[in-house]
Design a protein around this ligand. Structure first.
Ligand code: SAM
Ligand code: SF4
Length: 334
């Protein structure tokens, strides 16, 4: 399946809930966001129908995300059903890790291949502040359980923020020296109605990379990956370091993905508000051809790229409107 710019689209990110058990400062307001109505959230059989249609069109990889995907009941059932779809080769999950200790083995047994775990601080009190209440030890136990269950390579996502956790960038980078874990640094993006994002807190990949290179030069490595990370290795390190630079190093030319929101909207680009309602089609008894037509339409309208951060201000920081993406990441499926 190719879009109008000859990009092969083989990756579907499925948000299975917009609810979350944390309230990360850059993602959600303190009192959360009004969740979609329960009846608007796609049921598992509806998600499976979209995924099967996408697989017929060439999608090979699926990632489950949210909100926090593990707050939804019986994710293992969904994974085992997705596993049975002909053509699906890879199933992964992005989680904050809080519930992973309880579920890692069941998820792996159901057919999950890998997990990405978001951790923005390795200091318990700071982790609690950034997530507004999360318990770091629970997440660390979740990481261990995931590795024990064979969910490897384990990827850790960190969003560096100036004045918040920038002094931990080296601690995160050092994780890759003695373990095979991937540590990925994500540029903070302006999303949702959170009054958090401002250029002062935002750190560019180049800045983050400069800090990490005080440990040694980073050599580029080729990692088979579904996403936009660019990977590097510190001298002698077992694991790798990735950078996801939505704002400063555009990865749009390699974009291979389509998103399905928890309330059944196909979203061709994270940064574009264009959404295609596939839920209504499913619920009004549309035939398979119509589901496939909507998927093809979503791919046909996929923009060439987003414009965020294209203009640089005199300070060198990208000039971006504070809420460039209207839906919060928790409601899109980050
Ligand atoms: N709850 C799960 C988690 O935290 O991993 C999955 C959903 S979360 C929206 C997915 C990823 O998006 C996380 O790694 C999170 O750090 C990232 N994210 C959320 N809001 C972001 C923002 N404004 N800028 C950059 N990354 C963001
Ligand atoms: Fe929840 Fe993930 Fe958003 Fe944090 S980043 S509030 S864990 S959805």
């Amino acid at each position: 399946m190719q879009d109008s710019f000859s990009r092969v689209i083989d990756y579907l990110r499925i948000s299975i809930t917009d609810k979350c058990n944390l309230r990360c400062i850059y993602c959600m307001p303190a009192d959360g966001v009004t969740p979609a109505r329960h009846s608007d959230i796609l049921r598992y059989e509806e998600i499976i129908r979209v995924a099967a249609a996408a697989a017929r069109l060439g999608v090979r990889k699926i990632r489950l995300t949210g909100g926090e995907p593990l707050v939804r009941k019986n994710v293992a059932f969904l994974i085992s059903s997705l596993r049975k779809i002909v053509g699906i080769e890879d199933i992964s999950l992005t989680t904050n890790g809080i519930l992973l200790g309880q579920h890692a083995k069941t998820l792996a047994d159901a057919g999950l291949d890998r997990v990405n775990i978001s951790v923005d601080s390795l200091r318990p009190q700071r982790y609690r502040e950034i997530t507004r209440g999360g318990d770091l030890d629970t997440v660390l136990a979740g990481i261990q359980a995931a590795e024990h269950a064979g969910l490897r390579p384990l990827k850790i996502n960190m969003v560096p923020m100036r004045g918040m956790n920038e002094d931990e960038i080296l601690d995160f980078a050092r994780i890759t020296i003695n373990t095979e874990r991937h540590v990925r640094f994500i540029e903070c993006m302006p999303a949702g109605s959170v009054n958090f994002w401002e250029p002062g807190k935002y750190m560019t990949t180049d800045e983050i990379r400069g800090i990490i290179e005080t440990l040694g030069p980073l050599s580029p490595v080729k990692v088979r990956t579904n996403g936009p990370s660019k990977y590097f290795r510190l001298p002698g390190a077992r694991g790798v370091i990735g950078f996801i630079s939505a704002l400063t190093h555009h990865y749009c030319e390699d974009c291979n993905r389509l998103r399905l929101t928890a309330d059944g909207m196909l979203r061709p680009c994270l940064f574009s508000e264009t959404e295609i309602d596939i839920r209504s089609a499913i619920r009004t008894g549309a035939p398979e051809e119509e589901i496939e037509r909507l998927l093809k339409l979503a791919i046909a309208v996929k923009p060439q790229g987003h414009m965020l951060g294209r203009l640089s201000s005199s300070s060198g920081a990208p000039r971006i409107s504070p809420h460039a993406v209207k839906r919060p990441m928790s409601r899109i499926g980050g």
